[in-house]
Structure formats: C-alpha cells, structure tokens
Design a protein. Sequence first.
Length: 406
Amino acid sequence: MVTRQIAVIGAGPAGLMAAEQAAKQGVRVVVFEAMPTVGRKLLMAGKSGLNITHAEEKAAFDARFGTAQAQLQAALDVFSAPQLRDWCAALGVETFVGSSGRVFPKTMKASPLLRAWLTRLGAQGVEIRTRHRWTGCASTGLTFDTPTGQVVENFDATVLALGGASWPRLGSDATWVPLMEQRGVAVTAFRPANCGFEVDWSPVMSERFAGQPIKAVVARSAAGGIAGEFVVTHWGIEGSLVYAHSAALRDALDRDGAAQLELDLAPGRTVERLAHDLARQPAKASLSNRLRKGAGLYGVKLGLLHECVPDLATRTPDTLAAAIKSVPLDVQRPRPIAEAISVAGGIGWDGMDERFMLKAMPGIFVAGEMLDWEAPTGGYLLTACFATGRAAGQAAVEYAMEEENR
C-alpha cells in the first residue's frame, strides 16, 4: 500500500500543529521551513513569558475574533483553550492561569515546549527540512529554493502556514502574497495589529518620560473602555492597553484620518469626588502640589495631563476634575507593520472552503496568520494558529485519502 504524503510549508505553531495532526493519521509528513531553525516567532514571543492561551469563558473567548469568528468557529470548537492546555500537559509542559486569565507554561518560556514538541514530531516520523523556501507550484510539483539549488517535490496535499507580515526577520515576510495572487487567490492587504502608535509629543514629553509606564488608567475608543497600562516612548505609545485599542485606532485613522484615545487618569474616583478632593487643596499651593495631593497625579501621569490638556492653571476644581477623567490623546499613525505583534488582512474567506482549502488551488490548505483574521493579545492569536493548523492538517489528509479512492 502506498503511503500518502503531505507537505507542510512553514514551521511555526500552525505548521507544526498541521504536521502533528497529519502524522497521527499515518501519512508521511515533510515540513519545509525557509529559515535556518523552526519556531522563531514562537520563541521570541516566549522571551517575556509565553502567553499560550486564555482561560476566559468560551463564548467570550470566541467573540474575540470579531468578524472572523464564524469562519474560525469550527476549528475553535475542536481545539481551543482547554484542549491546548491538555496538549501542553501531554508534552510534559504544565500551565497555569495568571491573575488576568492569561495562561502560561509554568516555566514561562517557549523553548522547553518547542523542544518537547520537536521530539514528539520526530518520534511520529515527521521530517523537517530547514533552509527550504517555497517559490511556487509547477506542473511537476512544489518548487523550493535550497542551499543546493532549486528542487521540485511532489505531495498528495499541502498545508501552507507561512505567517503574516509582522516580524519579517523571524520569517513572516509575506513573500508568498504574489505567489497566491498569481494563482487567482485574493489577498487582503496586511495592516498592523496589536501595535504601538506614534504621537506628536513635545520635546519635554518625549525626552523626559520616554520608557516610563502609565499605570492604572482606563482608555476609551470605539473598542470600549478598558483598564490597564501602557508605556510612553520617544515616538508615541505602546503596551497591552494600546494593543487592546489598536484595531479601533487603526480603522479610525484609515476611515477619518484622525484617531483619539480618551484616558481616565483617576479611574478609582468619580468626577464629583475628584472635584471635591481638588477643591480641598489650599489655593496658594502650586498646581503640581494640588494635583499630586488632590488627584494622585505626578511624574509621567502629570506630564501627560499637561501635554494633552491646555490651560490647566486656570481651571476650576470641577473643570480640572473633568479634564483628568477625560484626557484626549491624539495618535498620528500606527508603527510600521514590521514592529507589530500581529496583522490584520490575509487570504480572504471567500477564496477557501470550510476546510481551509483554496478554491483556486485544490489540494492546497492554509492556516494561521495567512488567513484574514485578527485578535487581541492574551493568548488568542496563538490559540487560533494552533486550531487552524490542526484543522488544515486533518483536512489535508482527508483530501489525500479521498483522491486515492477516486
């Protein structure tokens, strides 16, 4: 009996999961990776603690994928946060739920998980070929540039898991987009997601406060009111709270040419209580002392208030309190896509079937950040990459078997 052969192109989380799922079905699997080593973006994400998924209730979890939820739902129903944690445990990697609901390996690092995973893939017979860059599909098979020249390989089905366009130095460089478009596959232009934004700071703000965190604030945009913290940089703002609003800010900039975060610098107090506390301060005290003692504002928070709100010294306690509770921070543009944590855009859903197979390229399945979806940070991005990779790997095997029986 001839063993079916599946190619997986791209050795990030989606690709490796596709390879594992395919290998479980008893087929031969070869993974091709353009970089010298595998899982580079996964390892980079784990440098500050690998947030692998999120423990929130499933309906809320699934809703994080916005307009792409319906297309991702079947994959998420089979392999989401609980299954991902079980999968980690089977690799010998224990996980825990942090105070925010985010799930991390107990070691906090990605490297032990990746090592254990590669060991298991090897035991399953998965072959990994690095320094093999996919260059397209010829009549004779898949073509690759390798250190020894161009090669052509034939497989019964293929999973593409080539990433998006963020962090190109780690391999997600979107060089596959023209290859798709040449074959009639529509690709929505990539845009940065979960990214920082540039702000037209004064020299005082950028020089004095760059690198300092602004903690315990609530930021509002079309995404809603979200509590958290962010960091002032010399060029603008970044951090988890900014990332939570990045899609809303980016879309507003694209649509209107302007976007604004509204910041509550004293979320623990009502405007009435804040006005009362400010009114109690001695009139002869300096503005800085009144704001420090009456509103708890000093350092970078005080600098931000001065930066964004004019004529503070002339305001009454009531209008000063209102300003503190609603600081308008205008953003100019998102940072370059190469710096973004993730991307929006990718292969359109109309171009594939419910199994993630490309309609214009039968036998070619796609997974991970190649697809047109986005999600906030918090473990959602990795979960969807694992889930779509698993689904595409399973579907590729089923396709190969169907073709064999025809």
